[in-house]
Write a protein that binds this ligand. Structure first.
Ligand SMILES: [Cu+2]
Length: 118
C-alpha cells in the first residue's frame, strides 16, 4: 500500500506531461498566418513611390503625400480611394489578392500598381 500514492503521483505526472504534449502539438498546428504589415508609399513630385513587392491580403498601405499638391490613390477596381491634401497621410487595408492598378483622379498620368498575394 505504500507504493500506491507514489504510483498515483507518477500517473498524474505522466498524464500532465501527455496533456502538455498534446497542447503543444495543437498550438503548433494552429499557427496563425503572418501578422499583417503596413507599407508606406510616398507621393512626391507628381509620382507614387515604389510599391511593396510582397504584399499579402490583410496588409495595409500608408499613403504619404509629401507633395505640395493634392493627390488621390484611386484603385481602378474601386477597392480603395483615398484623397490626400498636401502633407496628409491615409491608410488603406488591402482585402483582395491580385493586381490592382491605381491612379490619381486629379492627375490621371500618375499611376501605380499593387501586386497582392492571397
Ligand atoms: Cu495627383
Amino acid at each position: 500500500m505504500i507504493a500506491k500514492p507514489v504510483s498515483t503521483f507518477a500517473q498524474r505526472a505522466l498524464a500532465a506531461a501527455a496533456a502538455l504534449a498534446i497542447l503543444a502539438v495543437a498550438v503548433a498546428g494552429c499557427a496563425k498566418p503572418a501578422q499583417p504589415r503596413t507599407f508606406t508609399v510616398t507621393i512626391a513630385q507628381m509620382a507614387y513611390g515604389p510599391t511593396p513587392p510582397s504584399m499579402r491580403v490583410g496588409d495595409s498601405i500608408k499613403w504619404v503625400n509629401a507633395d505640395i499638391l493634392q493627390h488621390t490613390a484611386t484603385a481602378k477596381d474601386g477597392s480603395f480611394d483615398v484623397d490626400l491634401p498636401p502633407k496628409a497621410t491615409a491608410t488603406t487595408r488591402i482585402a483582395h489578392a491580385g493586381t490592382v492598378d491605381f491612379y490619381c483622379r486629379y492627375h490621371p498620368g500618375m499611376t501605380g500598381r499593387l501586386s497582392v498575394a492571397g
